[in-house]
Design a protein around this ligand. Structure first.
Ligand code: ATP
Ligand code: MG
Length: 349
C-alpha cells in the first residue's frame, strides 16, 4: 500500500492540495495519505520551515505532494533569518530527497489555445515533456570563485549523472510518442560532447525503439516557440533546462496549468510550479488544475500507475473545457472545478 505525504504549505497551497487529495483518493483508494507541515505555517507552529516530524514522515514515503510555500511580499516571514524563511523549507526538502530529474510537461489543453501567446495554429496540440538534470552542472560544482576582476564556475558531468537522467527521459518517451531530443552545446563545450556521447550510447544499448536526436540549445530556444509541435521529450542539463523550462512555461498561457515532478532514487516530489498567490488565497477561487495534474504525474512517475494517470489527465482536460477557473477567463471556483474533475473521472472515456 503506497504511502503519500502531503505538504499543503502556505497561501493557496492548502486549497489546491485539498482538491488534489480528493482526486487522489477517488482514483487510488488504497493509498495512505499523511499530511505534514512545511513552509511559513510550519515555522509558526514548530519554529522550523521543514520540521523533523515532516522529515521523518518522508523517510518511508513513496511520494510527496507539495502545495506552495511562502507569504506575500510584506509577510513577517520575509524578515526572518534566511534559514527560517518558508522557501528554505522547500530548498531543504529538495536537498533531502535528492531528486536528479525535474519533469515539466508543457501542454496546450484542447479548447484553451486562445490563452497561449503563440498563434492558435502553432499552439494547438503542443505536448512537450522537458526533463531537466537537477543536481549537477554549473550551479553545483565546487570549482567556483570570484576574485578581483576574475570569476569562474565549472560545468561538470559524469557518465553516471548523464545516464540516470537520460533513463528517465527514455522511460517517459516510451509512454509517449517515443521521441527524445537531447539538448546540448556540443559544438563548443566538452561537457556537452560527453553528454551527447553518453545519451546516444545509452539509447543504442537499451532503448533502441526510441527515436533520439541531438540539437543545440540556442536552436531549441528558437524552435520551441517557432515550431513547438516538433518536440516530444526534451532532455537537457541543469542550466539549459532551467532556461528552456521557463521559456516553455509561457506557452500554455497560465501558471495554473503547470504541474511538475522531481524524481530520484527515493521519494519523488510532485508540485504545481505556481507560487502561493497571496493575492487570491483564502477566497476559494484558486485554480487547482496544476495540483491535480501533479497527482497525475505522481500516479504515472511515482507509483507506476499509468492508467490511473490517464483517467486524471482526461478528466482535467474535460473540466478545463466545461468549467474553466477565473485565471483562465472562466467563472468556476476551486470547488466547482474539482467537482467537475471528480464527476468526469466516473465517466467512461
Ligand atoms: P513566486 O513564485 O516567486 O512566489 P509570484 O508570487 O509572483 O512568484 P505566484 O504566487 O504564482 O507567483 O502568483 C503569480 C500570479 O498568478 C498571481 O496573480 C496569482 O494570483 C496567480 N496565480 C498563481 N497560481 C494560481 C492558481 N493556481 N490559480 C489562480 N491564479 C494563480
Ligand atoms: Mg509567490
Amino acid at each position: 500500500m503506497p504511502k503519500i505525504v502531503t505538504l499543503p504549505g502556505d497561501g493557496i497551497g492548502p486549497e489546491v492540495t485539498a482538491a488534489a487529495v480528493e482526486v487522489l483518493r477517488e482514483v487510488a483508494p488504497d493509498v495512505t495519505i499523511e499530511e505534514h507541515a512545511i513552509g511559513g505555517g510550519a515555522y509558526d507552529t514548530y519554529g522550523d520551515p521543514l520540521p523533523q516530524r515532516t522529515r521523518d514522515a518522508l523517510e518511508d514515503a513513496d511520494a510527496a505532494l507539495l502545495g506552495t510555500v511562502g507569504g506575500a511580499h510584506n509577510s513577517p516571514w520575509n524578515t526572518l533569518p534566511r534559514h527560517l524563511r518558508p522557501e528554505s523549507g522547500l530548498l531543504a526538502l529538495r536537498k533531502m530527497l535528492g531528486c536528479y530529474a525535474n519533469l515539466r510537461p508543457v501542454r496546450v489543453q484542447p479548447g484553451l489555445e486562445h490563452l497561449s501567446p503563440l498563434k492558435p495554429e502553432l499552439a494547438r496540440g503542443v505536448d512537450i515533456l522537458i526533463v531537466r538534470e537537477l543536481l549537477g552542472g554549473i550551479y553545483f560544482d565546487g570549482d567556483r570563485k570570484i576574485e578581483g576582476d576574475t570569476a569562474y564556475n565549472t560545468m561538470r558531468y559524469t557518465t553516471a549523472e548523464v545516464e540516470r537522467v537520460a533513463k528517465v527521459a527514455f522511460w517517459a518517451a516510451e509512454q509517449r510518442k517515443g521521441r527524445v531530443t537531447s539538448v546540448d552545446k556540443a559544438n563548443v563545450l566538452e561537457v556537452s560532447e560527453l553528454w551527447r556521447r553518453d545519451v546516444q550510447a545509452l539509447r543504442d544499448r537499451e532503448y533502441r525503439s526510441i527515436h533520439l536526436n541531438h540539437e543545440y540549445v540556442d536552436s531549441v530556444a528558437m524552435l520551441i516557440v517557432a515550431n513547438p509541435g516538433r518536440y516530444d521529450v526534451i532532455v537537457t542539463e541543469n542550466l539549459f533546462g532551467d532556461i528552456l523550462s521557463d521559456l516553455a512555461a509561457v506557452i500554455p498561457g497560465s501558471l495554473g496549468l503547470m504541474p511538475s515532478a522531481s524524481l530520484g532514487d527515493g521519494t519523488g516530489l510532485f508540485e504545481p510550479i505556481h507560487g502561493s498567490a497571496p493575492d487570491i488565497s483564502g477566497q476559494g477561487i484558486a485554480n487547482p488544475a496544476a495540483a491535480i495534474m501533479s497527482v497525475g504525474m505522481m500516479l504515472r512517475h511515482g507509483l507506476q500507475r499509468g492508467d490511473a494517470a490517464n483517467v486524471v489527465d482526461r478528466a482535467v482536460a474535460l473540466a478545463l473545457r466545461e468549467h474553466p477557473t477565473r485565471d483562465l477567463g472562466g467563472r468556476a471556483d476551486t470547488r466547482t472545478f474539482t467537482r467537475t474533475v471528480l464527476d468526469a473521472m466516473g465517466t467512461p472515456a
